[in-house]
Write a new protein. Sequence first.
Length: 184
Amino acid sequence: MACNSCRKNNMSESQNPVTPNPVPFRKEEVPIATNGIAKKMNMVKSFATALTSRGLTNEKVSKATKQLRVLSCFGNGDVLPPCEQLKKSTESGKHFCGGCGCGDKKGTWLISDSDSYSKLDYPKLNCPLQMPGFTNYKESTPDEAVSPITRRYYVENISYRELEKISVTLHGAPIDPKKTAPNP
Ligand code: SF4
């Protein structure tokens, strides 16, 4: 006969199916600019580069690059958590990058309304953590593959099939891959 604690454990196991161990990800800090002026200059320079890349014809980044950017910022709703720098806007459903210092306003929302040009649409765009998909992307070092791994290493090694599950439009919001994945 099972003791009370065993019964209790069996019950909790059947009610809560075993979930795979979460992948441990490393905490990452945004490099600190040496002083306030340097930080502001970097911000202005990045913004100017992004604006220039948009050009007069509102050019946009390719779909594959935007998928990489969305993955880098928002994660995949499954294994990869959102970037620690991702901040919720006071506007419902909008997000901005807390690492670049641009603040929360319409022009800095990573994904904007469907008819607006989003920050992630800019052909040239820097990421404070130099993540995949961004202009200043920096390849991971071998050390980043050692647990706890970096998000950058994970994104670099994601399969094309997984990346393709990230639904983006050139202006639209990302759709949760879980909701778009076909039923088994
Ligand atoms: S732009 Fe870079 S630092 Fe900012 S939320 Fe996206 S991945 Fe994170």
